[in-house]
Design a protein around this ligand. Structure first.
Ligand SMILES: C[S@@+](CC[C@H](N)C(=O)[O-])C[C@H]1O[C@@H](n2cnc3c(N)ncnc32)[C@H](O)[C@@H]1O
Length: 283
């Protein structure tokens, strides 16, 4: 792997901050991430934000097929040239915004659920996660690098300050494992903060499953949208079709103290609350 600094210079390009371009500089680290991801020859891998190919090249040495998505059309030819130079022909580079890619359709075309991999641009990491949650029937596993602060939020338990909307929605449908942290020195350009690699295994069965997942998202959004307020006031805050009396009734039926705050609720309690609310809205 040629160093990102050398490659960009040779192609007369600059790293684009607005695309979250912090490239991995260490091939051994890229190989280690791919090893930790347990990528094997039978897998279909989708890489989000392939950049200059650090992870792509490491993964292509192990995986059956790789679809590498890269939004920056200036980088894509460079990436193709790098892959060719490394004799890696089983990689398809898509010059595309990840948000325009239909994952269930891609998984159908590949004949199996996808292993998703990526050193995510920090400015779209949360949105990518929401997309993966929504389209998870197409995803077997995701091995993703995040800014450490977001990684901590995703893993945060109830009761902690960083526990929030995404922690609940992700923990509801996935098991999360911290694989390793990565220091800023291992990227070019060097970011200001540490990163973390997480393995996200989507659950094949959820216990307990919620009746209406879209409603769960709305409840979680309403609760954390006003996280300093009591649940009763947050739920009656306007996002849900509930007034203060109805919010109280729903919380009491779900056996949740209306004076509690969103960050104290377990995922199972959010599920129970949503199921009660669904029944309430149906009457
Ligand atoms: C943090 S860099 C990682 C690059 C490379 N995977 C690595 O580890 O060195 C993120 C990459 O995602 C690309 N990117 C940014 N927004 C994107 C989007 N919406 N869809 C696809 N790729 C995107 C950037 O251009 C950049 O190459």
């Amino acid at each position: 792997m040629t160093s990102p600094r050398t490659l960009l210079k040779a192609w007369n390009l600059l790293a684009r901050k607005e695309l979250g371009q912090n490239f991995l500089t260490e091939p051994t680290l890229a190989a280690q991430i791919v090893d930790l991801a347990g990528i094997g020859p039978d897998e279909a891998v989708l890489e989000i934000g392939a950049g200059l190919g650090a992870l792509t090249i490491a993964a292509a040495r192990r995986a059956g097929r790789i679809i590498a998505v890269e939004k920056d059309t200036q980088l894509a030819p460079l990436l193709r040239a790098e892959l060719l130079a490394n004799g890696l022909e089983q990689v398809t580079v898509l010059e595309q915004n990840i948000f325009t890619l239909d994952l269930p359709r891609l998984a159908d075309e590949m004949g199996q659920p996808l292993t998703v991999m990526g050193n995510l641009p920090y400015n779209i990491s949360s949105q990518v996660l929401v997309k993966l949650i929504h389209e998870r029937r197409a995803v077997r596993r995701a091995i993703l690098m995040f800014q450490k602060e977001l990684g901590d939020r995703l893993c945060a338990p109830p009761g902690s300050k960083t526990y929030g909307r995404l922690s609940v929605m992700l923990q509801y449908c996935a098991d999360i494992t911290v694989l390793r942290t990565v220091r800023p020195e291992l990227f070019f350009p060097k970011p200001k903060v540490d990163s973390v690699v997480l393995a996200i295994d989507f659950k094949t069965a959820i216990h307990p499953p919620v009746g209406d997942e879209a409603l769960l998202e709305q409840v979680v959004q309403a609760a954390f949208g006003q996280r300093r307020k009591t649940l009763r006031n947050a739920l009656a805050g306007g996002l849900l079709p509930l007034d203060n009396a109805a919010a109280l009734q729903v919380l009491q039926t779900a056996r949740i103290d209306p004076r509690r705050r969103a960050e104290t609720l377990t995922v199972a309690e959010f599920v129970a609350l949503t199921d009660v609310l669904e029944g309430h809205l149906a009457t």
